[in-house]
Design a protein around this ligand. Structure first.
Ligand code: NI
Length: 245
């Protein structure tokens, strides 16, 4: 069930016997020579909607923009500053909590969001502890690929899935948006890695075509289908565990 495709009366009915909602969150940032700028939010949205279709839970509209300052050296990337993203998370959660949602399960497509969104959750818990927010509010964020999807990615791309513009996320986005599949030559075939990077200029210098450690020339929509099915299983299990916690 999608919030954006529901009427307010349908949401009110749903809230009579549900208190959970899934919030997909991603980014708007470069994903190398054959990855879409929307890859992270598309992957999170696709899997979240798959969970909604499977178990009938409510799925919020996707938070498309994320914390992507390190990608601004590449055309088309856009970022929220951490302070902005924390406020976005807080305002969305508190707005939906007004109506009775109590359990917020964020399905994330972008590693760069983790520190900031987790800090946003801590803001909410601080407000709870101060008596300034709904005492029943709970939030959790997980990456869209749980153990089943990671096992599929390992099987398909052993050692070359990488950590940005991964072969797995490019495949998943290809399966979701088959009219937007891109092909590109990539040199070197497997992108470089580094233990740390800083701001956008530093990132661009270390990772000239935008990828980190990946070979997404191997990506296919058929791989994306396998990853999707595994990820939906993973997220159904993780969401149910969160509700039961
Ligand atoms: Ni990504």
């Amino acid at each position: 069930m999608q919030l954006a495709l529901s009427t307010w009366q349908e949401v009110e009915d749903h809230l009579r016997d549900h208190e959970g909602i899934i919030v997909p969150i991603g980014s708007v940032e470069q994903h190398g020579p054959n990855g879409l700028i929307g890859t992270d939010h598309l992957c999170a949205e696709f899997v979240a909607q798959g969970v909604g279709d499977r178990i009938g839970c409510m799925v919020a509209p996707t938070l498309t923009y994320g914390m992507s300052q390190h990608h601004l050296g590449f055309t088309g990337s856009a970022t929220l500053r951490p302070s902005t993203l924390m406020l976005v998370v807080r305002d969305v959660v508190q707005s939906l909590a007004v109506h009775g949602f109590r359990r917020f399960f964020f399905i994330n497509g972008h590693g760069g969001n983790v520190a900031t969104v987790t800090a946003g959750f801590d803001e909410l818990y601080a407000l709870k502890s101060l008596g300034l927010a709904d005492p029943e509010l709970r939030c959790r964020m997980v990456f869209w690929s749980g153990p089943r999807a990671k096992a599929v990615a390992d099987d398909l791309y052993k050692g070359v899935n990488g950590s940005h513009a991964t072969a797995a996320e490019v495949s998943l986005a290809q399966y979701y948006k088959q009219d937007a599949i891109k092909h590109a030559q990539m040199t070197p075939k497997v992108a470089p890695t580094a233990p740390q990077f800083f701001e956008a200029a530093d990132y661009r210098k270390r990772f000239p075509d935008g990828r980190i450690g990946s070979d997404p020339s191997q990506s296919t929509p058929d791989h994306g289908k396998r990853l999707y099915e595994a990820a939906v299983e993973d997220m159904v299990e993780a969401y149910n565990a969160f509700l039961a916690y």
